[in-house]
Design a protein around this ligand. Structure first.
Ligand code: F6P
Length: 361
């Protein structure tokens, strides 16, 4: 038996743990594993340049490494979903080429480690007769049908670290510091990172904000003799008008590259409050680097489970984490809708209870 594995979309701490978990489990069963390079693109390459043979000798020790030994891309020939609703069909000629290569290599099933977009592609390949097992991956933690994805813990830990650092300089200078973090549709990184890192205000894509409310809150803090204020803003957060701040529109090649909301918010805070304000964008620092212990364990468990799902031929299913247990769900359940922060949910209520402002009142 020969199986394939690829990761697709943005990289994510814990990807190498998934690869190691899958390769070790397959080796115990006497199976061979082929790792495809640069996401789905590796499926299109003739000869040997699109893949590498993986065995435990190759994957021992990779668990502690960030990124992915297979390389990845969030662009290219297999993009099937742009944004939340922009679903398109992967061209038939591309699917046929991938199928022919999988047949040439004798691969019976393919593990696809990806987020919403990559799993949408995976589902289309499954519908075209390729045996797929999905593994959920995203630092944004916005996939439905799984309570958590690996990578999220590492990402929001980076936010906490950044806030700890910003706090000392903000206190010294009596400043407002605005930290822009990732999270295009869902504000989980901003919410968890902000709460754990002691942010005073958190702006999320799920809760439209008004600068007047935020400015009033900051002025009230000043009146209460607070030396500084920390504001965390998710890249996908927006005013009540719904306008997103973007750096680049990649057209049909990929998602709009968000970025810049932190600078905008900082500028208006300074104008409205008269308080010296600085902005900082955490960017890919929250996606790179060493995975946390939790992400290594979660990745490992997901990789092992993916191979078990091939054993039981549960194709079209995705590994899923629910109530401390790793199980599986149909991929369609994971990509049908995004898991976003509930503005009336327990986490937001808890944050409000400890005085965190969301800019909506
Ligand atoms: O989806 C994961 C993510 O990290 C988003 O939070 C962010 O908007 C996007 O990827 C950034 O993509 P890129 O690596 O192409 O800049």
């Amino acid at each position: 038996m020969r199986i394939g594995i690829l990761n697709s979309g943005g990289d994510c701490p814990g990807l190498n743990a998934v690869i190691h978990g899958a390769v070790s489990t397959a080796a115990n069963l006497g199976w061979e594993v082929i790792g495809f390079l640069e996401g789905f693109e590796g499926l299109l390459k003739d000869g040997d340049e699109g893949h590498m043979v993986l065995d435990p000798n190759r994957t021992i020790g990779i668990m502690k490494l960030g990124g992915t030994i297979l390389g990845t891309t969030n662009k290219g020939n297999f993009v099937a979903k742009i944004g939340e609703n922009g679903v398109s069909q992967v061209p038939q000629v591309t699917v046929d080429q991938a199928k022919a290569n999988l047949k040439r290599l004798g691969i019976e099933a393919l593990i696809v480690v990806g987020g919403d977009g990559s799993l949408t592609t995976a589902l289309q390949l499954q519908d075209q007769g390729i045996n797929i097992i999905g593994v959920p991956k995203t630092i944004d933690n916005d996939l439905a049908a799984t309570a958590m994805t690996f990578g999220f813990d590492s990402a929001y830990s980076a936010v906490v670290d950044a806030l700890d650092r910003l706090h000392t300089t903000a206190e010294s200078h009596k400043r407002v510091m605005v930290l822009e973090v990732m999270g295009r549709h869902a504000g989980w990184i901003a919410l968890y990172g902000g709460m754990a890192g002691g942010a005073d205000a958190i702006l999320l894509p799920e809760i439209p904000f008004r600068m007047e409310h935020l400015a009033r809150f900051i002025k009230e803090r000043e009146s209460a003799n607070r030396r500084s204020s920390l504001v965390v803003v998710a890249e996908g957060a927006h005013w009540e008008t719904g306008e997103l701040v973007a750096k680049e529109d990649r057209g049909t090649k990929g998602q709009v590259l968000l970025g810049g909301i932190g600078d905008r918010v900082a500028k208006v805070i300074q104008e409205l409050t008269g308080k010296e304000t600085r902005a900082c964008t955490l960017g890919h620092l929250q996606r790179g680097g060493t995975p946390t212990a939790l992400d290594r364990i979660l990745g490992l468990r997901f990789g092992v489970k993916a191979v078990e799902l091939i054993q039981t031929k549960e194709y079209g299913h995705m590994v899923s984490y629910q109530q401390y247990h790793v199980g599986s769900v149909p991929i369609i359940e994971a990509v049908a809708k995004l898991r976003t922060v509930d503005p009336k949910g327990e986490m937001v209520k808890t944050a409000r209870a400890v005085g965190i402002c969301f800019g909506d009142c």
